[in-house]
Design a protein around this ligand. Structure first.
Ligand code: ATP
Ligand code: MG
Length: 338
């Protein structure tokens, strides 16, 4: 049967190799561990895995193990009985039970606590789970797919990840190569995102000039596809002409590819006189922003400045803007700056 890769763009040899393994492993019930840098499309790939399996008619249940406080994660995964803890006012099914017959996606598994890792291992080996506060076990028929952007082998060596669970999960490793190793896919993806974002804004799709293409192919894309997508969205709003020229690209790209940044128009405008002034509605309209975009742009500039001031040290940058490190990371990720 032909592989359904709906929405996954790219035909580079690196990605085609991943599709080949996907095609073989999808119809089986094997555990799969998807690795790859942040923003490489791990979640998209796992969804495709489920869509191409015989479980496709059943539930696909994702859970981000890094985003749920560790005290709650066990009950989220395995459910709890009424009265198991103070706020357990009624019995609740966990994600494993909800995924019965289907696939559970344990995202960011590298963030999971060692004590919970034992319980996952048991669920995998025995195909049964126990609710928190429960007294009996329940059989579940769930395919487990996990993903991480950490090097789990390093985590095992450092004693933060159980070796037995690592081997159990890593039956079929699927590694998503970073965008910089996917050659021309960068341009296919850029065109795809430009088309989408421009049409949603009712404008003609922007095209990349030859020089911009060359720069895209050389840039290292540390935030991978997510960074590219966010960047294309930004260009669809901010680019005034129909063609994307080097002057539309941020300094970060020039520095990364070892070229001297072009002198930007805004850099030649003299600084405002000393003394703080709030931006006005006119400033916002003159820049062609709507409120949300304007606030986002201001926040983005402040975050970038803080990261620069802190020389990339996230703790320090978070301190400079007065937010928690985790919030900073979330915001940077969302912007494709991580
Ligand atoms: N090959 C691709 N074709 C089209 N869109 C893609 C592709 N790869 C990723 N994307 C898009 O890029 C964004 C990031 O992808 P995804 O969330 O799957 O990455 P991830 O590896 O899970 O990232 P993270 O490690 O940060 O969780 C999503 O909006 C996704 O739809
Ligand atoms: Mg993800």
């Amino acid at each position: 049967m032909a592989l359904n890769l709906d929405g996954i763009i790219g035909d580079s040899p690196a990605l085609t190799q991943v599709f080949k393994v996907l095609g073989k492993v999808a119809p089986t019930d094997s555990t799969v561990l998807v690795t790859g840098e942040s923003g490489t499309g791990k979640e998209l790939l796992v969804r495709a895995l489920h869509a191409n399996s015989s479980r496709r008619g059943k539930a696909f249940v994702p859970i981000n193990c890094g985003a749920i406080p560790k005290e709650l994660l066990e009950s989220e995964l395995f459910g709890h009985e009424k009265g198991a803890f103070t706020h357990a006012i009624r019995t609740r099914q966990g994600r494993f039970e909800l995924a019965d017959g289907g696939t559970i996606f344990l995202d960011e598994i590298g963030e999971m606590d060692l004590s919970l890792q034992v319980k996952i291992l048991r669920a995998l080996q025995e195909k049964e789970i126990e609710r928190v506060g429960g007294t009996s076990v329940k059989k579940v028929d769930v395919r487990v797919v996990a993903a991480t952007n950490r090097e789990l082998e390093d985590e095992v060596r450092a004693g933060r990840f159980r070796e037995d669970l690592f081997y159990r999960l890593n039956v079929i490793p699927l590694h998503l190569p970073p965008l910089r190793e996917r050659g021309n896919d960068v341009l296919l993806l850029a065109e795809h995102f430009l088309k989408g974002h421009c049409s949603s804004k009712g404008r003609k799709p922007l095209v990349l000039s030859d020089k911009a293409k060359e720069m895209f192919l050389t840039y290292s894309w540390p935030g991978n596809v997510r960074e590219l997508e966010n960047f294309m969205e930004r260009l669809s709003i901010l680019c005034d002409t129909d063609e994307i020229l080097p002057e539309d690209l941020p300094e970060k790209i020039f520095l990364d590819i070892g070229e001297k940044p072009l002198k930007r128009v805004e850099e030649t405008v003299p600084m405002r006189p000393a003394g703080f002034e709030w931006p006005t509605l006119k400033d916002m309209n003159d820049e062609g922003f709507k409120l949300k975009e304007f606030l986002e742009a201001i926040e983005g500039r402040l975050l970038a400045e803080a990261m620069e001031g802190a020389e990339g040290v996230k703790n320090k940058a978070a301190e400079l803007v007065g937010i928690k490190r985790t919030t900073l990371i979330e915001k940077l990720k969302k912007r494709g700056l991580l």
